[in-house]
Write a protein that binds this ligand. Structure first.
Ligand SMILES: Nc1nc2c(c(CN[C@H]3C=C[C@H](O)[C@@H]3O)cn2[C@@H]2O[C@H](COP(=O)(O)O)[C@@H](O)[C@H]2O)c(=O)[nH]1
Length: 315
């Protein structure tokens, strides 16, 4: 499966009409990255991480968070252009886990938009936030039903059923429609599976790569194709967007989910990172490069330019 993600991304990048990868710059850029700065854990300020004291709650937190780890196309309207939507949602959710305890799978299965808004720090008086909260509720209903019906309400049961295989866990998560992150580009299926993959990576971080966080094939995960990694690559000169696409993004024009442009942006980011990994002789994993590039985008001056805005349930 991970090979099919890489192969599809390479094919889209090669045939892209709206952008191109600057192959000539890949090796030097990769060598310039702070390769040892990839995070080794989840930030406890934003995440409920109690792997020793509360492994079930920790697994429930990561799976709940990554079920709603999307909304980037709504975030500027919901949290403002300078906020990290991920941090707002993760922080609100962690707060609920700390004060209210772990929501049961049954409770998630019954959650409505108002309940989802309260859990994730969205203000239901804001129509954009309410629309996103309704999608969060659907994602959480799916998760609640999957854990309740398939694993007796135990979130760790869903993780343990994968038997330490990242691929198996991704395959079980993608049974939920909002995790089935597969695009169609000129008639070709292009899998990204961003939230299913980041859920595995976040479990590994939360559990320090041990127990429920131990995945033998974690090194096979690709980057998590969102809108920040390609934004960093574009502004660091690795991706050249067509003048028309660049202008549309720079004036904040929405790029439709599933459009040729959107798929080419996400695929080029996946493939560019694979080229960097090859240039580095596999000294780092795609996930480590993802985290380095994503955290670079969060910290540096990248917020002075708008990222591509796509209202999608995938990122
Ligand atoms: N490629 C990639 N995309 C990621 C993340 C994360 C957070 N992962 C945490 C786990 C360990 C690390 O230390 C990170 O702290 C969120 N996102 C995406 O970003 C967007 C939100 O952006 P903003 O509005 O600025 O917060 C949204 O689409 C969300 O899905 C990542 O790691 N990689």
């Amino acid at each position: 499966m991970f090979d099919s993600i890489r192969a599809a991304a390479a094919e889209v990048a090669a045939g892209a009409r709206h952008l191109r990868i600057r192959h000539d710059r890949i090796a030097a850029f990769a060598a310039s990255l702070p390769l040892t700065s990839a995070p080794t854990g989840l930030d406890p300020a934003l995440h409920y991480v109690e792997p020793e004291r509360d492994p079930e709650g920790t697994a429930a937190f990561v799976l709940t968070l990554d079920s709603v780890n999307f909304g980037s196309g709504w975030f500027p309207a919901v949290f403002g252009p300078q906020a990290s939507g991920y941090a707002e949602v993760a922080g609100a959710l962690a707060g609920h886990f700390r004060t209210g305890g772990t929501p049961t799978a049954a409770a998630l299965a019954r959650l409505d938009g108002t309940g989802a808004a309260a859990l994730t720090g969205l203000d239901p008086r804001n129509p954009d936030a309410r629309a996103l909260a309704d999608l969060f509720a659907r994602a959480l209903n799916d998760l609640g039903r999957l854990v309740e019906a398939g694993h007796g309400g135990r979130f760790l049961g869903l993780v343990e059923a994968a038997g330490g295989s990242a691929e198996a866990l991704v395959q079980s998560l993608r049974r939920m429609p909002l995790f089935e992150d597969v695009a169609d580009w000129r008639g070709r299926r292009v899998p990204f599976l961003k939230r299913a993959q980041i859920a595995v990576a976040d479990l590994a971080l939360a559990f320090g790569g041990r127990g429920p966080g131990r995945f033998a094939d974690a090194g096979r995960l690709t980057i998590f194709a969102d809108n920040l990694v390609p934004h960093v690559l574009r502004h660091d000169g690795l991706l050249d967007y067509s003048p028309d696409l660049a202008a549309r993004i720079d004036r904040g024009e929405p790029i439709p989910a599933g459009s040729e442009e959107e798929v080419e942006i996400r695929a080029a980011a996946v493939h560019a990172v694979e080229l960097m990994r090859a240039a580095l002789g596999d000294a780092v994993t795609s996930v480590q490069l993802d985290h380095i590039l994503w955290n670079r985008g969060e910290s540096g001056g990248y917020r002075r330019w708008p990222r591509h805005a796509t209202r999608s349930v995938f990122y």
